[in-house]
Design a binder for this molecule. Structure first.
Ligand code: BTN
Length: 253
């Protein structure tokens, strides 16, 4: 079993890991390090977060001793408009490492559509160029009891039994970095891999105010819906299937 501390994780991930027993948010810590000049590839991991951040201003419940909360600093040579691709690439990496499906834009779901992992991508732009991107990943690893307010949450342990968090982290990190590096030289390969794990392709979905058939994802990371008014792109929000047995609350963590 990998010791869940800075030394154990640095060894498992073959790099120096900035480790916190508890911090407010690994994304905030990673952004602060990036602002001080931290190199691309800097990794921040916490055993617990007191103010874990989710997408769309939500919080990410982050109890100690069970799950993974980590943030990766990247300094890509990409125009800011294409930064959304890094979030998709991160989702592909986690999906491949853990054999999960993807719900747009970057939720990782099990076959019962329980949410196992989520990604929060945050970017800093300076004079029109990306100065850094922080990819924050939360994975429910060994947690088996969830708050009643999170009926759609699941975990790797619930799916496959208890896991070694250090090994899960090392596997995810290798896959995330591989896919993120691909974004600059062959973005189509990343998008194809994302599409091949996309759970809602061809389904009718509700994306906030917009309802339509989910037909594709754009090179800017947007969701493309075929609606009664024609093709529409959705850039942010929550997506849920309209029919079938997979209805889910939009606020699932
Ligand atoms: C989502 O809403 O699905 C995204 C959740 C992202 C949570 C992770 S946990 C590690 C990192 N630090 C944060 O504060 N948030 C991300």
């Amino acid at each position: 079993m990998t010791p869940f501390d800075g030394v154990g994780l640095s060894e498992a991930c073959s790099r120096n890991v900035v480790f916190f027993k508890r911090c407010q948010s690994t994304n905030s810590e990673a952004a602060a390090l990036a602002a001080e000049g931290a190199a691309s590839g800097t990794l921040v991991v916490a055993d617990a977060q007191s103010g874990g951040k989710g997408r769309l201003g939500r919080s990410w419940v982050s109890p100690p001793g069970e799950n993974l909360y980590f943030s990766l600093v990247l300094r890509p040579s990409l125009p800011p408009e294409q930064a959304g691709l890094l979030g998709l690439a991160c989702a592909v990496g986690v999906a491949e490492a853990l054999d999960l499906g993807i719900k747009w834009p970057n939720d990782l779901l099990d076959p019962e559509r329980r949410k196992i992992a989520g990604i929060l991508s945050e970017m800093e732009v300076d004079k029109g160029a990306i100065s850094h991107v922080v990819l924050g990943v939360g994975i429910n690893v060994n947690q088996v009891q969830f708050d009643a307010a999170l009926p759609q949450a699941g975990s790797l342990a619930g799916l496959r039994g208890p896991q070694d968090r250090g090994q899960v982290l090392a596997r995810c990190l290798a896959a995330i970095e591989h896919r993120c590096q691909q974004v600059e030289r062959s973005p189509d390969a990343v998008l194809d891999a994302w599409r091949s794990r996309w759970l809602d392709r061809g389904r009718e979905v509700q994306a906030d105010a917009c309802r339509g058939i989910a037909v594709d994802v754009g090179t800017d990371g947007s969701l493309i819906l075929q609606t009664d008014q024609g093709l529409q792109s959705v850039f942010a929000g929550d997506v849920a299937p309209v029919s079938g047995d997979a209805l889910e609350p939009a606020s699932a963590q």
